[in-house]
Ligand binder design. Structure first.
Ligand code: GLU
Length: 582
């Protein structure tokens, strides 16, 4: 068991009064074990990882708020889930502020360097881009953590990093998921001296059950805490990142073709995390808030929910078809560009028009995008805009949810894109670089809203989501899984509200993901249960071992909170509550 502590004065706000206290080192709170469902009062957390959940709970117990806990947990995931999250990645936070009863979002998405243009990725094999300096976007997480803490937290970055430093120094137990992710990356990790040294000690993945320490990351976090984000964005850590991107530390004798990147110190200096208005739509009287562009999460989940609401009945066939249509529109209209027709994509009129296309049988593939022009007639013929398939996108990131005793809520997706990012550890610093720029359309694709451009953020599918009912938080959720994030969030919401499942059932249920492709990706459990019936209606399925790794919190009656993680996927997650009794 890993202990964690914040052995330093921790500023917090309790019941409206500022206070400062010193907390001695604490062992993990008693009764803290890895389980997927926890119910209780006074705050809660759900992440994919027990250590990260314990860190969040520790911060809450010591008077920190949900944002403090979320940043501390995210930094800890950079240690224990380093192939999905880290300081050199990016992410999106959707935040309910209990004080002003508003939903805010913070965009910490990576950016393309200024030297990148629409043809920079053209013709490059996807697999080659995955492991390259070229795919490394300007990191957003550190700027996002600082902005999140400044705007909504009570801790300094230094304090928020303390628990992660402790986990990195003392180490954590390697589980099967960590081992498998290391093993599946070994072929490329060995091609970089820095990565092989850290993650393949002695030439092989460290075994399940052994303790993994990352003293270099601990020191990096320590320095980051002391010097602040400027160390990365204006200082020598940034210079090291740029040097690594431009001249990746390729192992002598490796035959891998590793393309250098275009990032310069000036790109780091130009980086900003941004507050943006959330997307908002209403489903069955509940207000669903999500992430706006550059993520397609909020608009695509929202459009699909609107389509479902426009239909006389909702079953799995309708879920798949609504998803197909909203992905067609996502591909055509959503990216980090001016003028995304968000209002129309999320309008009831557009959804009604789109819903007319859903019949008894699955639509021919690919479905063409609609025309969100504000003029919607009754059930028109399919528009003649050219249809394109959704390109492949990487599968891994992580999501966490936290709520505190004041009622603030954080839904936070953090990522370095592929499992293992671009495979390149910054020498001596203990963290991997992202390969987020592979989320751009490689082209040629004239008119595509997601082609690279200087300073542009690649379109994301991350969909941290907060739902309010009568103005109060009801549900917060999200998942990893590349473009399947959108369908996982949508399916959980449909499971909960249309198919009558409890939240734990809604997360555990087998998943399918239709993203305007001929075949629907589906877990075997889904195919076994529903495949025959849906095949009769024209669907066909491509089995996939696992879709998503969701985390969620539901606010029950009388202040009771239910935190939920995956029971099985990705080795199961960890849900914790502050107190089981009121
Ligand atoms: N890069 C992905 C996105 O932004 C997130 C990482 C993943 O889950 O693939 O949509």
């Amino acid at each position: 068991m890993i202990t964690h502590r914040i052995a330093v004065p921790l500023a917090g706000i309790l019941a409206g009064t500022s206070f400062l206290f010193v907390q001695p080192a604490v062992a993990s709170p008693p009764g803290v074990e890895k389980k997927p469902v926890a119910e209780g009062y006074g705050g809660a957390v759900s992440t994919v990882d027990l250590d990260a959940s314990k860190v969040a709970l520790g911060v809450l117990r010591q008077g920190g708020n949900a944002m403090d806990a979320a940043v501390a947990a995210a930094a800890t995931l950079g240690v224990t889930e380093p192939y999905s999250a880290g300081l050199a990645g990016g992410g999106f936070i959707v935040y309910y502020d209990a004080r002003n009863k508003k939903v805010h979002t913070i965009d910490g998405r990576e950016t393309a360097p200024r030297a990148m243009g629409p043809t920079s990725l053209e013709g490059i094999p996807f697999e080659e881009a995955v492991t390259s300096g070229l795919s490394a976007g300007v990191p957003g997480s550190v700027a996002q953590w600082e902005l999140a803490l400044r705007r909504f937290g009570t801790l300094s970055l230094k304090r928020a990093l303390d628990p992660a430093i402790e986990v990195a120094s003392k180490g954590f137990k390697i589980d099967q998921t960590f081992y498998d992710q290391t093993a599946s990356n070994a072929a490329r990790f060995k091609d970089f001296t820095s990565t092989a040294k850290l993650y393949l000690p002695g030439g092989a993945p460290p075994p399940v059950g052994s303790t993994f320490r990352n003293p270099e990351l601990a020191e990096t976090y320590r320095q980051l805490g002391k010097r602040g984000g400027d160390w990365l964005y204006k200082g020598s850590l940034g210079a090291e990142v740029v040097a690594t991107v431009k001249t990746p530390p390729v192992t002598p004798g490796s035959t891998r073709k590793v393309r250098p990147g275009l990032m310069e110190a000036s790109d780091l200096r130009a980086y900003r995390a941004l507050e943006r208005p959330p997307t908002k739509m209403t489903y069955k009287g509940m207000d669903v808030y999500g992430m706006a562009p550059p993520s397609s999460g909020g608009s695509t989940v929202g459009e699909a929910l609107n389509i479902l609401e426009a239909l006389p009945r909702v079953g799995l066939h309708e879920y798949l078809e609504a998803s197909r249509l909203s992905f067609a529109d996502r591909g055509k209209y959503v990216g980090d560009i001016p003028g995304v027709p968000l209002k129309e994509l999320l309008s009831d009129g557009f959804a009604k028009e789109r819903s007319c296309l859903i019949g008894e049988r699955a639509m021919p593939n690919p479905a063409p995008p609609g025309d969100p022009d504000g003029r919607y007639g009754p059930c028109p013929a399919a528009p003649s805009v050219k249809a394109t398939e959704t390109p492949a996108e990487g599968p891994e990131t992580t999501h966490l949810v936290v709520t505190d005793r004041w009622g603030n809520v954080v839904a936070y997706n953090i990522t370095i894109e592929s499992t293992g990012g671009n495979g390149i550890v910054v020498p001596g610093r203990g963290f991997l670089l992202n390969n987020e720029l592979t989320d751009f359309t490689f082209g040629p694709a004239p008119g595509d809203p997601n082609l690279p451009a200087p300073g542009k953020r690649p379109r994301s599918s991350m969909a941290p989501t907060i739902v309010l009912a009568d103005g109060k938080p009801l549900l917060a959720l999200g998942s990893p899984g590349g473009a399947t994030i959108i369908t996982t969030v949508l399916q959980i919401l449909a499971n909960r509200w249309d198919f009558g499942m409890s939240l734990p059932e809604a997360l555990a249920a087998p998943r399918a993901s239709q993203r305007n492709t001929a075949q629907t990706q589906a877990e075997q459990g889904f195919i076994d249960r529903y495949g025959a019936e849906l095949t009769l209606r024209g669907h066909s399925f491509a089995p996939t071992p696992e879709i998503g790794a969701a985390t969620a919190i539901e606010f029950l009656r009388h202040g009771r909170i239910q935190a939920v993680a995956e029971p099985v996927r990705r080795g199961g997650g960890s849900a914790l509550v502050m107190s089981e009794r009121r």
